[in-house]
Write a protein of this length. Structure first.
Length: 216
């Protein structure tokens, strides 16, 4: 056990001692103290399970909101509309090589960035080249380059999209400008992000985002 583990263990023991002391000071019976500890243990267990199965829970939530008509991501023809979330950001339900993820849309990010966990799930192999340095809110981190074969937000799909991959991104996946630039337009109206496909008049108006329009 390293130093940090020792410190965390001491904090945990100290917290349990404080809880037991507080309960004892209230002259509660052993049975009530035991039930209280069991309740806290269940709360912690539920929280751990929720984090471990967050992607499955997100998929279930998506299905439920769609059935109730309160979906935060809607398709109107070939246009996608995403309502601003309570945290002030826009989160898109994205299908990446057949794997669904909830991704933050960030116009300030030059390139799309995905976590190592997402890359593994979507079979996006990191390149063997020299890592690139990426500026994040938590500082500069090292990342490997990779490419997504196909990425789609509803009817808006593109192929061969460049990404950076790093364990340092934690659980966060971000859609950057190299995806947004493949669209005809994107804008925010009344706290709703509107994504519209690029069209090519030479092919009869076919949705150009269904095929590679650029490499990034």
């Amino acid at each position: 056990m390293n130093g940090w583990d020792n410190i965390n263990a001491l904090w945990l023991i100290g917290g349990l001692v404080l809880v037991l002391s507080a309960l004892s000071a209230r002259r509660l019976s052993f049975g009530m103290i035991f039930r209280s500890l069991v309740s806290w243990a269940l709360i912690i267990l539920i929280a751990v399970l929720a984090v471990a199965h967050r992607h499955e829970l997100a998929a279930l939530w998506t299905q439920a909101t769609e059935r109730l008509g309160i979906d935060d991501q809607k398709v109107d023809g070939d246009t996608v509309r995403i309502r601003m979330s309570p945290d002030g950001h826009f989160w898109a339900r994205v299908t990446m090589n057949g794997v669904q993820r909830r991704m933050l849309i960030d116009s300030g990010a030059t390139i799309t960035a995905i976590s190592a966990e997402t890359a593994q799930a979507a079979n996006v192999a990191p390149g063997a080249g020299i890592p690139v340095m990426i500026e994040t809110a938590n500082g500069t981190v090292a990342a490997q380059r990779g490419r997504i074969e196909r990425l789609a937000i509803g009817p808006l799909a593109t192929e061969d999209l460049g990404v950076v991959i790093s364990e340092n991104f934690g659980k966060l996946d971000v859609l950057g400008m190299n995806f947004l630039s493949r669209l005809h337009s994107w804008r925010v109206e009344n706290n709703t992000l509107i994504l519209e496909p690029r069209r090519d008049a030479s092919d009869g108006g076919e949705d150009a985002t269904t095929k590679p329009v650029s490499r990034a």
